[in-house]
Design a protein around this ligand. Structure first.
Ligand code: NAD
Length: 459
């Protein structure tokens, strides 16, 4: 699509939005029901597309894509009418006689841009939130997951009025054209580097953005934890979707005297998960494309491979790999890994580990394994990160009552459940004044009113 065609599409969406059709609760619930049916009736096609793009096992496709969407859908259907109601807030006595309310209103025409790693969920969950909040939506799925993007396009075309929800396919050129239009909101999921491009383009129109980005999410281990269980939860979170998860544990920080035991447990767990040869396992994913495959294999060059490291370029197979020992200056510690390579670093005391995390950009997630509540509190208070878990990995994303989003370099804004409704809404502040009473204090002339005004507004 060129810039002219995109502008034409946006104008149609604007007209649809201004018609007021998206405002009633009934309309929104109807569209949500249509979306739900459309997804359910295409479940087989969606699962097949995810298998084709990423060799995604059904359990991972359900757990990480469809299941997350259905959970959120149930919550939104149940709560939408209450979220849409104006919220009364207190009014100071100086405003007598008045009431104050927040009126949620849709932002308008929304553009949603998605990445390839959860190519279904990262399109459909923001779409659900945007529809619930009463917006029109243009979706731009990832060109790097073509099978899933094709299912999404077909689903959108056969479910929605194209002036209300449309799907535009394409890569950098099309996304650049989309970003040049004055949308009312841009919701972007992807890398911090492209997030900067999106924000710059949006700034030209003062379009607000939600940026769901990535980064290096640490797994911090304390002494005294059950090692095997810790290793199992870390390995599961890391190698789910072959490590191509924005909130995957990027690296592990373990006390020096526990490193050997952790490494042995991780190795054991990997055999339990995938057998002696993970390439033969139906439960292990593949790398999305050749570019990412060669980027990842380069990260292993010269590194100390504790286990894994095998590759098959034809299949874009990269074995679950543990690296140790690893230094902060190693290539694998410079950027988000976004693949099945897990560096394990050691530390002497917790204070040192906290300082090392603080010295790097704020991560999207942090996972702290500890039985000590004082240490849990200390880490939560002192380290800034988007969201995370104590004694687990990834699971915070699967609770629709927890907002999901980054901080600093890992993003801005948050969504899921009620927070999706809020992300795609503006809360209009309105003070409603009665005609019954009219205190003359505020009117000119002000002579003789100084003292009373000061008393009324003193702290
Ligand atoms: P990406 O930033 O390369 O691409 C994301 C989208 O932006 C795609 O639709 C792509 O077409 C478009 N795009 C790419 N380059 C562009 C450019 N120069 N100008 C305009 N648009 C452009 O990200 P990716 O490789 O698809 O996904 C991986 C990244 O996404 C990782 O950093 C990961 O952590 C992050 N991610 C974050 C979340 C989250 O929820 N926070 C979820 C998944 C992935």
């Amino acid at each position: 699509m060129d810039a002219t065609e995109i502008d034409h599409l946006r104008r149609k969406h604007r007209a649809f939005f201004h018609s007021g059709k998206t405002l009633p609760l009934e309309f929104r619930l109807q569209q949500i029901a249509k979306l739900c049916e459309a997804v359910k009736s295409r479940e087989t096609a969606i699962l097949a597309a995810l298998r084709k793009d990423l060799n995604k096992p059904v359990v991972e496709a359900y757990g990480g894509e469809l299941g997350v969407f259905f959970e959120e859908l149930k919550l939104i259907r149940k709560k939408l009418s209450s979220w849409m109601r104006p919220k009364r807030v207190p009014t100071p006595v100086a405003h007598f006689l008045a009431s104050s309310h927040l009126y949620p209103e849709p932002l308008g025409t929304v553009l949603i841009i998605a990445p390839w790693n959860y190519p279904f969920q990262l399109v459909i969950s923001p779409l659900l939130g945007a529809i619930a909040a009463g917006n029109t939506v243009v979706l731009k799925p990832s060109e790097l997951a073509p099978a899933t993007s094709a299912v999404i396009e077909e689903l959108v075309k056969s479910t929605f009025d194209p002036d209300y929800v449309a799907c535009v396919q394409g890569g950098v050129e099309v996304t650049t054209n989309l970003l040049s239009a004055p949308w009312d909101h841009v919701f972007f999921t992807g890398s911090p580097a492209v997030g900067k491009i999106v924000m710059q383009a949006a700034a030209k129109h003062l379009t607000p953005v939600t940026l769901e980005l990535g980064g290096k999410s640490p797994c911090l281990i304390d002494t005294g934890v059950p090692i095997k269980l810790t290793a199992r939860r870390i390995a599961w979170g890391k190698f789910f979707n072959a490590g191509q998860t924005c909130i995957a544990p990027d690296y592990v920080l373990v006390p020096k005297n526990m490193r050997e035991e952790l490494l042995a447990s991780l190795k054991e767990v990997l055999v339990e998960f995938y057998g002696e040869d993970p390439e033969k396992s139906a439960d292990y994913g593949r790398i999305i494309n050749e570019r990412h495959f060669s980027r990842l294999t380069k990260l292993m060059e010269g590194a100390s491979v504790y286990c894994g490291g095998q590759t098959n370029p034809e299949q874009r197979y990269l074995a679950p790999t543990i690296l140790s020992p690893v230094e902060w200056s190693d290539p694998v510690m410079q950027d988000e890994i976004f693949g099945p390579i897990l560096p394990v670093l050691e530390y002497e005391d917790l204070e040192e580990a906290i300082s090392q995390i603080q010295a790097h950009p704020k991560p999207l997630s942090l996972y702290f394994f500890s039985k000590d509540t004082a240490k849990q509190e200390a880490v939560l208070k002192r380290v800034s990160f988007g969201g995370g878990c104590i004694n687990d990995t990834l699971m915070h994303l699967a609770n629709p009552h927890l907002p999901f989003g980054g901080v600093g370099n890992s993003g801005m804004g948050r969504y899921h459940g009620k927070y999706s409704f809020e992300a795609f809404s503006h809360y209009k502040s309105v003070l409603n004044k009665s005609f019954l009473v009219d205190i003359p204090l505020r009117y000119q002339p002000y002579k003789g009113k100084d003292g009373l005004v000061k008393r009324l507004f003193s702290a």
